[in-house]
Design a protein around this ligand. Structure first.
Ligand code: ADP
Ligand code: ADP
Length: 223
């Protein structure tokens, strides 16, 4: 089964009014375990809308979202919240790390909230930080880290609860080209080491071309 399977998603805003805008008009896309897919589209094309629906932060008007082969479309609130927490990780342009906690604690805390024992949570945090090359910075607070280090920690935090799908919205949008390269290399390591499926929205065509596959979002569809 694909780790992420989107089929025939439709989404409009201002439903039923004269101003209704159809942002997604039948989006279908599958991402396999261990595959990293870039999504390129102009601003306003609906990338964030698509990622939020795939990440269970928003719902489509019609169509299906399947994660790990399981249908997410009609889940009740409680199971939907649990699925959002355990099945997908989200990374944004800005890192949203908790400023008063260390890099390691930022990855430990979501696991504790999920019932994982502290020793195991710390071990997992350390191993994630090592994969992205910031193991030696684990005891620093975000403000003491460079932009690239912060974003690499943000990837680790997104993966704290071992989701099989990673969604990222312009994760290098705020970084200079050299730092973007380092962050991208770290992301590739995560995908290869964990068998994650990743869908990455980016304006950086250079980086997009280095992923396994590039899709375009155009006129509300994947082309
Ligand atoms: P992108 O991420 O590609 O820039 P978005 O998904 O953010 O695109 O937005 C796609 C379109 O949907 C835009 O025209 C935007 O104005 C509109 N849109 C996004 N969110 C809302 C909302 N909550 N209400 C109304 N329109 C929205
Ligand atoms: P922006 O793109 O303006 O920086 P964000 O990317 O931070 O905004 O957030 C986009 C949307 O996703 C917001 O509506 C926010 O409430 C929601 N969001 C962000 N993180 C989470 C999360 N961990 N759980 C649920 N919703 C989230």
């Amino acid at each position: 089964d694909p780790a992420l399977d989107l089929s025939d998603l439709h989404k409009g805003y201002n439903h039923g009014t004269p101003k209704e805008v159809q942002v997604l008009r039948g989006v279908s896309l599958a991402v396999q375990p261990g595959e990293i897919v870039s999504m390129v589209a102009p601003s306003g094309a609906g990338k964030s809308t698509l990622l939020h629906i795939a990440g269970l932060l928003d719902t489509a008007d019609s169509g299906h979202v399947r994660l790990g082969g399981e249908e997410m479309t009609a889940l009740g609130d409680r199971r939907r919240t649990a699925a959002r927490r355990n099945r997908v990780g989200f990374v944004y342009q800005f890192h949203h790390l908790l400023p008063e906690f260390t890099a390691a604690e930022n990855i430990v805390l979501p696991q504790l909230a999920n019932g994982v024992a502290r020793a195991e949570a710390e071990k997992h945090a350390t191993s994630l930080l090592e994969i992205v090359g910031v193991g030696h910075r684990s005891d620093h607070r975000p403000s003491a880290l460079s932009g690239g280090e912060q974003q690499r920690v943000a990837f680790c935090r997104a993966l704290a609860n071992r989701p099989r799908v990673l969604l990222a919205d312009e994760p290098t949008g705020n970084l200079d080209p050299e730092t973007s390269d380092t962050v991208f290399a770290a992301l590739m390591n995560l995908v290869r080491e964990t068998g994650l499926a990743a869908l990455i929205a980016t304006h950086n065509l250079d980086l997009a071309a280095r992923m396994d596959r590039t899709v375009r979002l155009k006129d509300g569809r994947i082309v």
